[in-house]
Design a protein around this ligand. Structure first.
Ligand code: PMT
Length: 219
């Protein structure tokens, strides 16, 4: 039986990719399956937390006992998260938010539109950075998807976004990261501490993340 050690915690989780439409049929996106974020939402639910899951497009069914808000674009995800931020005690941002969106979304599918016009991009807002600017007593957890070793880049994101800790994972390692059932991560904390979590099912990675959320929430 799972202990209800997160009873009373209000947790906002994001998961999945975002889709940035160019026209009614084409979009820019990434291979996020949603599995990591859904694992966090389900683990927290089982440990007694009240959970809202803001999810980009995924093939996963809505988890029972969790309020699921489905969105497509980064701008929609931002709005859904900001609307629920005041409610939350903690936020775990596992979504792979597109950094850019098309400057213009064509209303019609135009077969001969020039690539330069179709692919003119503008930056999306950094949702997590906005949350960090209004952190207060909330526990904020981000993910960092890196190539190479990535520890310094993850540390940079942790500080820039004003997070409690960041979960470093990798794009180019076989069998972990995007879409796989398992993950291998390093938790990077503000005081310089790091904790390596060896390869294991995403659900178990989620529980390790939640152990730290619990400790920070209680403090
Ligand atoms: O969904 P799965 O297939 O299970 O894969 C899981 C995952 C690999 C997608 C997940 O573990 C993960 O790493 N998610 C974050 C991917 C990412 O966008 O990383 P980043 O380093 O680009 O962003 C850093 C952090 O800022 C992330 O918490 C991200 O959610 C957030 N962010 C990024 C850009 C943006 N515009 N707004 C944000 O809030």
């Amino acid at each position: 039986l799972t202990p209800k050690d997160l009873g009373g915690l209000r947790l906002l989780v994001s998961a999945g990719p975002t889709r940035e439409y160019l026209d009614p049929v084409r979009f820019l996106s990434n291979p996020s399956s949603g599995r990591m974020g859904y694992a966090v939402a389900e683990a927290a639910r089982d440990r007694g937390a009240e959970v809202v899951l803001v999810s980009g497009p995924t093939a996963l069914p809505d988890p029972w006992g969790v309020e699921v808000v489905r969105v497509e674009s980064a701008l929609e995800m931002r709005q859904a998260i900001l609307e629920r931020y005041a409610w939350a005690d903690a936020v775990v941002m596992a979504a792979a938010v597109a950094d850019y969106r098309p400057a213009e979304v064509l209303k019609e599918k135009e077969p001969k539109v020039e690539a330069e016009r179709l692919l003119r991009l503008v930056p999306n807002p950094d949702i997590l950075k906005e949350l960090g600017e209004r952190k207060g007593q909330k526990v904020l957890v981000g993910f960092a998807m890196e190539t190479g070793e990535g520890l310094e880049r993850a540390r940079g994101k942790l500080l820039r976004k004003n997070l409690d800790f960041i979960v470093l994972n990798w794009v180019n390692r076989e069998g972990v990261g995007f879409a796989s059932p398992e993950n291998e991560v390093v938790l990077v904390f503000r005081d310089g501490r790091v904790e390596e979590v060896s390869r294991r099912p995403k659900r178990q990675v989620a529980d390790r993340i939640l152990d730290h959320v619990k400790a920070l929430w209680a403090s």
